[in-house]
Design a protein around this ligand. Sequence first.
Ligand SMILES: N[C@@H](CCC(=O)N[C@@H](CS)C(=O)NCC(=O)O)C(=O)O
Length: 233
Amino acid sequence: MEPVLLYGVPQGCSFGSIVALEWLGEPYRLCRINMLKDMESDLYARINPVRETPVLLLEDGTVLTQSAAILQNIATRGISRGLGFAQGTREFDLLNQRIALLTTKYFSAFGPLWHAYKMPGDGPVQSMLRDVGRQSVAKAHAQLEAMLAHGDWIAGSKRTLADAYFIGLARWAKYHRIEEPGAYPRLQRLIERLEADPAVIFAHAIEDERPAISSGGFRGHISLEELHPRLAA
Ligand SMILES: N[C@@H](CCC(=O)N[C@@H](CS)C(=O)NCC(=O)O)C(=O)O
């Protein structure tokens, strides 16, 4: 059976892996995980004891976790399509470096905002967390803006899977209402280009449970329970 991506809602960082699978164009399925309830189950803990999304369940039932590993798995499948590069090449190192940067520094810049979001009430602690988050995201955006002086895409002159992951996180600024219009023009152009991409439009529709038109190899959803027999022993 084709690989299955377990993606998290609401607003999962798994968004980028959906986009990556669409760009790959090979058959895949999706399994929707409500991060507020489904991850508490014993079955989910069997799939990922860390209780996070995304998870890519491979053809042989092996579980692959961590966005960086999932994106590189998809990138390797897409080398002939220019989505990834052979290990040992400069392009591979650059893509690997950019994915590492995004999955660590950029991802964690939003951490304080998510902490504030999940906390009950709205007092001085939440306000302080939002301030810290706003500052750390602004710093990350300034660094990304400077990087984009060397090419239109996150890893230089070509679109790569780093861009797929980037757009899944960049939308969080809007979600947390910390956009700074006009502050990062290159970043803004990249976001607009990516938001117009059919794979990104598809991923939004999937998350929002609206009719979604795949331009890739989407073969439908599968439930967590249906996945059970597919897990490797
Ligand atoms: N380093 C991990 C981070 C995964 C992660 O934190 N995922 C979040 C969603 S973006 C999650 O599943 N959180 C669980 C929760 O909020 O309970 C990766 O890149 O895959």
